[in-house]
Design a protein around this ligand. Structure first.
Ligand code: BTN
Length: 223
């Protein structure tokens, strides 16, 4: 594997610490005091779950596709648990969020992929979505090994064969494609049919008036 792994007891955020490390570094913490989620949300980070951030290189115009590469990697790593993917890269178990992924770019072009997996517990309060955990059926270390091995494999696939194989793996595990969804953006929300994943990773939404809108960011809720 390409990874150089560093393990900490407790950090504010593994993704913050990862910014100080070169490409292929992996930062793991047993717990976080300021875990970050998408859109500035908090990611509850008690001991017992996996908090890992991986420093990735810049893939130029293909960098946004890393959202799918990382999502597919986590879903494949946890395939024993019958997980699926909700656009762009939430990993769900029984329709509830099991793992979240936060991609951030550094000023010098590296990409920090922060991954949180609810291994032993999941938050139960103040969530805008339902959550699940692996109920401690595997250890945090085993979860980390599987995720990192899978990420290495999927990055190799992406680097050699491009996005198509990742697109196919994402589609194999996707939930919600072809059905009605609500897309929540920071300042508005839309309802429509999730027609397909476009080759550039956008969600293709058919609105009630049959016009097509390409969504590149936002929260998706299956209706
Ligand atoms: C989401 O909102 O779905 C993304 C959650 C990402 C959480 C992980 S935990 C490891 C890394 N460190 C952080 O502070 N956030 C990410």
């Amino acid at each position: 594997m390409r990874w150089r792994i560093r393990h900490f007891d407790r950090l504010e955020s593994t993704s913050q610490t990862a910014k100080d490390f070169p490409v292929n570094s992996v930062i793991i913490a047993d717990s976080q005091s300021g875990g970050r989620g998408r859109y500035g949300r908090t990611w509850e980070s008690p001991k017992g779950n996996l908090y890992v951030s991986v420093v990735l290189t810049d893939y130029g115009y293909q960098t946004p596709l890393l959202a799918f590469v990382v999502g597919v990697s986590v879903a494949e790593a946890l395939s024993d648990f019958d997980v699926c993917l909700k656009w762009p890269n939430d990993v769900l178990k029984d329709g509830k969020k099991l793992a979240g992924i936060l991609l951030e770019r550094t000023d010098d072009g590296r990409v920090i992929a922060g991954i949180g997996v609810n291994v032993a517990s999941h938050p139960t309060r103040n969530m805008m979505y339902e959550t699940a955990s692996l109920e401690g059926r595997i250890s945090v270390d085993e979860t980390a090994d599987r995720v990192l091995m899978s990420l290495d494999k999927m990055l190799c696939l992406f680097e050699t064969d491009g996005f198509l194989p990742i697109y196919r793996l994402w589609m194999d595990r996707a939930t919600g494609v072809g059905g009605p969804v609500t897309v929540r953006l920071p300042n508005r929300q839309m309802q429509g049919i999730f027609k397909e994943l476009s080759p550039d990773g956008a969600l293709v939404l058919e609105l009630p008036d049959k016009t097509i809108q390409k969504i590149t960011a936002g929260d998706v809720f299956l209706i």
